[in-house]
Write a protein that binds this ligand. Structure first.
Ligand code: HEM
Length: 405
């Protein structure tokens, strides 16, 4: 074991060309310096699949996904953001172990593959409605017309949010993204405004469910509140989390997945011929285009990470998109291969914080692409290069994906 983690080459993760295509640099870093210090992040970066898996399983590394860069703010600015920081401290996964398990137990039966599969016909119907709306035009922006509204509608329906409010949900979610990225004070203030607005709105719905329970997640939360299992503050904070997590990530997976199919016409043709490959195509979309590019941890005690002893309090960035293209685990890792088996990607994390919505996201993506292939098999790109919004160091999302059919 060595503690000489500073004696490594430095890499420019923030270079403009890196955000658009980080893989060449990540391959280099993985080969040369699997645990590398990134001064701009004030943390270490992990790139090997085996190290990422070990870190995800290690409970001495606590989650630290939120509020990166808050330390760059002044004390007065941080004080102004207290309401949002308090609310987010109630999100499952950011609480202590007991509270985390309490929420997992409360929610997991709503997100099992069996429960989620029961929603398939409804998701199919919603997809068809969205496609009906653009059918006459013969063109659409897949991001705005399908990838965002579909998962947003699904999670809103699961919670019991009326359809009239779903556009606000998308705007709120966009603002909430700021807390996951290196944002400035203005963006964080906007994030706070949206979280507080969303919570006020949700408190009204909670009140309604107390008077008149229904068959939805909000009513389940209200029943648990009556039994003294959760508080109102926890309910609204975690509904914000579910509404946000429930659609922002899946929307990006659908958009990234379609661009991967366009970029690999042989694989697109194969999928059209062999529709039974859809579940394995979704796994390959998750591996190559999984929207969670990094997951952040902090060491809670001195711990060995990738062969180096790190003291307590160190940030460790797990570059999922690098681990998912590690040639030690994935043959020909840059090839998008919808028949890949096994496909042990970590796009949904692993261990105690494994994504609650993994089965839901998989089902939504599967149904979305299956419906697209049924309804518009001649889908073609109507863009020259994908319209990316980059979020350095390693994040990006597609702003639009224009298609014709
Ligand atoms: C493609 C879609 C998705 C991806 C790539 C994704 C990714 C992830 C990842 C990587 C984590 C682990 C974070 C960590 O270890 O720190 C996570 C956790 C989580 N995800 Fe997802 N997610 C997706 C969809 C969803 C959906 C649809 C929902 C909800 C309906 C959801 C709700 C959650 C929640 C609540 C957690 C925290 C779990 C816990 O702390 O126990 N996600 N997700």
């Amino acid at each position: 074991m060595s503690d000489s983690v500073t004696a490594v080459p430095s890499y420019d993760l923030f270079a403009p060309d890196v955000a658009a295509d980080p893989h060449p640099l990540l391959h280099r870093i993985r080969a040369e310096s699997p645990l590398t210090w990134v001064p701009e992040l004030d943390g270490h970066l992990l790139t090997r699949h085996s190290d990422i898996v070990a870190a995800l399983k290690d409970r001495r590394l606590a989650t630290a996904n939120l509020g990166q860069g808050l330390d760059r703010l002044s004390q007065a600015e941080r004080d102004e953001l207290k309401p949002v920081l308090r609310s987010i401290s109630l999100w499952m996964g950011h609480t202590n172990d007991d509270d985390h398990v309490r929420f997992q137990q409360l929610l997991k039966r709503y997100f099992t593959p069996a429960t989620v599969n029961g929603l398939r016909p409804r998701v199919r119907r919603l997809t068809e409605e969205l496609l009906d709306a653009v059918a006459g035009a013969g063109r659409m922006d897949v991001v705005a017309d399908l990838a965002y509204p579909l998962p947003a509608n699904v999670i809103a329906e699961m919670l019991g949010m009326p359809t009239t409010e779903r556009e606000r949900l998308q705007a709120w979610s966009r603002d909430i993204l700021a807390i996951f990225t290196r944002s400035d004070f203005e963006q964080l203030k906007q994030c706070q405004r949206s979280v507080l607005e969303m919570q006020d709105y949700l408190r009204g719905l909670v009140e309604q469910r107390r008077a008149e329970p229904r068959e939805d997640l909000l009513s389940m939360f209200v029943a648990a509140e009556r039994e003294g299992v959760v508080t109102e503050d926890e309910i609204v904070a975690n509904c914000v989390l579910l509404l946000f997590a429930g659609h922002e990530t899946t929307a990006n997976l659908i958009a990234n997945g379609l661009v991967l199919l366009f970029d690999n016409p042989d694989q697109f043709a194969l999928l059209k011929q062999r529709r039974e490959l859809m579940p394995s195509a979704v796994e390959e979309m998750l591996r190559c285009g999984g929207p969670a590019s990094t997951v952040v941890r902090v060491t809670t005690e001195p711990v060995e990470v990738a062969g180096h002893e790190l003291p307590a309090g160190r940030l460790v960035y797990l570059a999922m998109l690098a681990g998912n293209r590690d040639p030690e685990v994935f043959e020909d890792p840059d090839k998008f291969d919808i028949t890949r088996k096994p496909n042990r990607h970590t796009a949904f994390g692993l261990g105690a914080f494994y994504c609650l919505g993994a089965a839901l996201a998989r089902m939504e993506t599967d149904v979305c692409f299956s419906t697209l292939l049924d309804r518009v098999p001649d889908l073609r790109p109507a863009y020259e290069t994908p319209d990316l919004i980059v979020n350095p160091p390693l994040g990006s999302r597609l702003a639009t994906v224009d298609v014709t059919f």
